[in-house]
Design a protein around this ligand. Structure first.
Ligand code: MG
Length: 296
């Protein structure tokens, strides 16, 4: 085993399936209180929760309008994307409240994944998967006729597209110092010959993205969802594995997974467990690091 691999997984780390029974798993997030992983079963149109303390799995809510990616706001509130409502929403006491659902008078496509920067701004991708795939939402039109990445400021209502040169923006995450925004383009998921790479953009003045460049082409599969750890490494889905890349896009490690990986998050009491949402199941493996966003 290469030295870099030893530093990413503790000795004896083993992938385990901790829950199953979903249709297509996405959007996991760890909630410190009450100590659960909450994730989306998109075609199942429900939200699931796994509690490692007793190994139980339960349905958190049903008929959820096809939620997808989720993250935590600065105050710990869950923010999530809804294909069905074509919105970014905040969930308070089990009740979703729409945070934002249109730009310039037209609806979004189907917000897919979401991150919050340390100034409280909400950044999210808006591909069309939830309006062109009937199992993942409701059929609809691309009302602004493209697929952008947006930045929304809840305190002021300020909303503007920050990336307009991608085909199907999907996963996204900041570098530890928030100077770089990584966004994946997964147009290959529906279009033969399409894109399956992660791009990097410099974040200027905390509110604009410039100088986009392709960081890494991910193979096999598409980099649907990913997280950045405190050392700036990118942990991304890649079909039947999680790949770990350094900030130059070099693959440091590959963790095989028995199903197709959709997305992942760090969690557990010390934040060092990697939870992997893959097809019908949720998997876990111990790591030696944690999410950069957890330390901000
Ligand atoms: Mg996604």
């Amino acid at each position: 085993m290469a030295p870099s691999e030893e530093s990413l997984l503790p000795p004896g780390a083993r992938l385990e399936r901790v829950a199953t029974g979903a249709t297509w798993s996405e959007g996991p997030v760890w909630l410190d209180d009450p100590g659960v992983v909450r994730w989306s079963d998109i075609p199942g149109n429900r939200i699931l929760e796994y509690r490692p303390a007793d190994g139980s799995c339960r349905v958190h809510r049903e008929d959820v309008e096809f939620t997808n990616g989720r993250t935590l706001d600065l105050d710990g509130t869950v923010l999530q994307c809804s294909h069905g409502r074509r919105a970014v929403e905040r969930e308070v006491d089990g009740v979703p409240e729409t945070l934002v659902d249109r730009w310039n008078g037209v609806r979004f496509n189907s917000p897919n994944d979401i991150v919050v920067s340390s100034d409280g701004a909400v950044w999210f991708t808006d591909p069309a998967y939830g309006i062109v795939q009937p199992a993942e939402g409701h059929p609809g039109e691309r009302e602004y006729r493209d697929h952008y990445v947006f930045r929304f400021v809840p305190a002021t209502g300020e909303l503007h597209p920050v990336i307009m040169d991608m085909e199907d923006p999907n996963g996204l995450a900041f570098s530890p110092d928030e100077s770089v925004l990584y966004v994946s383009d997964t147009s290959a998921a529906l279009v033969p010959g399409g894109r399956h790479h992660i791009r990097a953009y410099d974040v200027v003045d905390g509110r604009r993205c410039k100088y986009g460049r392709t960081l890494a082409v991910i193979e096999p599969g598409v980099p649907d969802g990913f997280r950045v750890d405190v050392e700036g490494r990118i942990w991304t889905s890649s079909e039947d594995a999680v790949q770990v890349l350094d900030a130059e896009g070099r693959v440091l490690q590959r963790i095989p997974v028995p199903e197709r990986v959709g997305n992942l998050c760090f969690g557990g009491p010390d934040g060092r467990d990697l939870y992997i949402a893959a097809s019908t199941s949720l998997y876990r493996i111990s790591t030696t690091t944690t999410d950069a966003a957890r330390r901000r």
